[in-house]
Design a protein around this ligand. Structure first.
Ligand SMILES: [Zn+2]
Length: 262
């Protein structure tokens, strides 16, 4: 039987924007398409493309906040790129060309990315999952050692969203949109002080930040072991933030409320 041609892996570039946002370039070396995920601003995205000699063809938006879509219109007018974003929030995504949801998924780079509807931080938030590349672009839903604030959703919605992401393989790379890891670690250690994996991760994060390195991407395996927001159903966290008869979603809500006050 003829060998099926293997498509080269997507190349993914992390670049900083504003004070603590990350943008991501996704490049398919076979077909030449290049997407930027959640451009807060146009200039850093264009500079990152130029540095690699790539031509921007797509924007993938996870949600409507200004630090995720601020560069949309300028990038579209300067490059003619197509803007892909959440169908549920179509009226809030500037320049949207292609509205996607869980049923449609999203086509990019010769691949079909799964789209997860993950409301909580906003009512229409989505995440993009490139299965063959083990890459998840989850915006402000899941952070390394944290999760997004509940601006438009309930703890039950966020817990259900986090469970969808938690079901992915452990070696999934987590491309989240902010460098919050070190401050998240400080809170996580108060939430689960006996978690040895968390203590080790916090030390590693401190070393990386002291050296000026990005802590993103994380991996889902590390987050499952260390991130209290993915662990609201674990006994220690249930004891501290819930109690008998309290739902996992309510435990998640209590952890989130404690983080808001932290
Ligand atoms: Zn946001």
């Amino acid at each position: 039987m003829p060998q099926e041609a293997t498509r080269p892996a997507l190349e993914i570039v992390v670049f900083p924007m504003l004070s603590d946002n990350y943008g991501f370039l996704i490049h398919d070396p076979a077909g030449g398409e290049t997407a930027v995920v959640d451009p807060a601003e146009a200039a850093p995205a264009l500079a990152a493309c130029a540095a690699h000699g790539w031509q921007l063809t797509h924007i993938l938006n996870t949600h409507h906040h200004g630090d995720h879509v601020g560069g949309n219109l300028e990038l579209k007018s300067r490059t003619g790129c197509k803007i892909v974003g959440p169908a549920y929030d179509r009226e809030r995504i500037p320049g949207l060309d292609l509205a996607v949801d869980e049923a449609s998924g999203a086509d990019f780079g010769g691949r079909h990315a799964s789209v997860f509807f993950v409301p909580g931080h906003t009512r229409g938030h989505i995440a993009y999952w490139f299965a063959e590349d083990y890459a998840l672009f989850c915006g402000d839903t899941l952070f390394s050692l944290g999760c997004g604030r509940l601006f438009e959703g309930t703890p039950a919605q966020m817990w259900s969203s986090l469970l969808k992401l938690r079901a992915l393989p452990d070696d999934t790379r987590i491309y989240c949109a902010h460098e919050y890891t070190q401050s998240n670690a400080r809170f996580a250690l108060t939430a689960e002080p006996e978690n040895a994996a968390l203590k080790a991760k916090a030390e590693k994060v401190a070393t990386e930040r002291a050296a000026g390195r990005f802590t993103i991407p994380s991996t889902l395996g590390a987050e499952k072991a260390c991130n209290p927001f993915l662990r609201a159903d674990q006994p220690d966290l249930r004891r501290r933030f819930g109690g008998p008869g309290v739902s996992d979603a309510d435990v998640l809500g209590a952890i989130r409320a404690a983080k808001d006050r932290f």
